[in-house]
Design a protein around this ligand. Structure first.
Ligand SMILES: Cc1cc2nc3c(=O)[nH]c(=O)nc-3n(C[C@H](O)[C@H](O)[C@H](O)COP(=O)(O)O)c2cc1C
Length: 321
């Protein structure tokens, strides 16, 4: 049996990457009901919202789903209170940069005691190793092709390293949206596949229609990384806001730029995702947006990608070197 499916108790090794303001209960349940793992994008959300989203997800599906949390030391006590009370089937921990081994061990043990499986998403190998040693159950490595917060390593570079180093299920993330990406990830040794941007155009999500259209219209060279100079790199679709952020970074010291960017970062994602503001909102999305051409149900996104991957893999023995 596929190792990701076995550990997480799901039918298909496809994980929907958590996305703030996008992966709320309807999308999460649609993905989990389709056999993958839906994950609530509630990393920075207040407690009542998280509890409400977990309850709503449970109303919509009896399958496993995940709850996103962010591995920031100041956040962990608060989020652990929610985890031990609500007991989501899976805790999905996103890492910013530089995990503390002792903190990981302490909180992973508590989350395991609450009956949760633990997925960690790492953007570089050192963090993946720390989280694996601390006992997480599934490792996602995310390349910088992906949407949202990234580092500087590509998926094709991270996945083989993680597979060589770690004795656990490894999930490839960043730049996957169809069967070609999945087949490539399998060739690199991945056990599972995470997609975020692909689910931005899923029928079930509540994101503003302007955002879905922007994802469908975007091509190659449509995304850009802001926050290089402030150590908070974030991939988003180019627009007025992204240009302004890049100009701020170019014209200020690192400390000044960080100060100026912080308030923008806090409000701009919601502005795009909920209000549909395509000029002053942050339209986070990955490079793979270029391959997303239509709005589809979550189940179709998953099943079409798996069917295409199977077709590609069946043809591989005929490849001539
Ligand atoms: C709009 C958007 C919002 C995101 N928000 C979060 C988040 O809140 N927490 C998180 O762990 N990852 C977040 N991500 C990253 C995704 O979970 C996932 O790792 C990434 O989208 C995978 O790469 P892909 O976009 O190429 O599929 C976000 C991505 C996007 C596109």
């Amino acid at each position: 049996m596929n190792r990701v499916c076995e550990v997480l108790g799901i039918e298909k090794p496809v994980i929907q990457g958590p996305m703030a303001w996008i992966s709320t209960a309807p999308l999460v349940a649609a993905v989990s009901n389709a056999g993958g793992l839906g994950v609530l994008g509630v990393g920075f959300a207040p407690e009542p919202f998280i509890m409400d989203q977990i309850a709503k997800t449970r109303e919509l599906t009896d399958k496993p789903f995940g709850m996103n949390c962010i591995m920031i030391p100041d956040n962990l006590e608060h989020v652990t209170g929610i985890i031990t009370a609500a007991k989501p089937p899976v805790v999905y921990a996103d890492t910013i940069d530089g995990l503390d081994p002792a903190l990981c061990k302490k909180y992973f043990d508590i989350w395991h005691e609450a009956g949760c499986k633990i997925i960690v998403k790492a953007s570089h190998i050192a963090d993946a190793k720390v989280a694996a040693d601390a006992g997480c159950d599934v490792m996602i490595v995310k390349g910088w092709e992906g949407g949202g917060h990234v580092t500087f390593e590509a998926t094709t570079v991270l996945v083989p390293q993680a597979v060589d180093l770690l004795d656990m299920p490894v999930v490839a993330s960043g730049g996957l949206a169809d069967g070609r990406g999945i087949a490539a990830a399998i060739a690199m040794g991945a056990d599972g596949f995470e997609m975020g941007t692909a689910f931005m155009a899923a029928c079930a999500n509540m994101v503003h229609p302007n955002v879905k259209q922007a994802v469908i219209d975007a091509g190659d060279m449509s995304t850009v990384i802001t926050g290089y100079s402030t150590d908070e790199p974030c991939r988003q679709i180019k627009n007025k806001l992204a240009n302004e952020l890049i100009a701020i970074e170019a014209n200020h010291t690192k400390a000044e730029a960080a100060e100026l960017l912080r308030p923008v970062a806090e409000s701009s994602l919601k502005k795009a995702m909920m209000e549909g503001d395509m000029e002053d909102g942050a339209v986070m999305a990955g490079q793979i947006t270029a391959l997303i051409k239509e709005e589809r149900p979550a189940a179709v996104i998953i099943d079409a990608a798996i069917a295409e991957a199977k077709e590609i893999l069946a043809k591989m023995p005929a490849f001539e070197f």
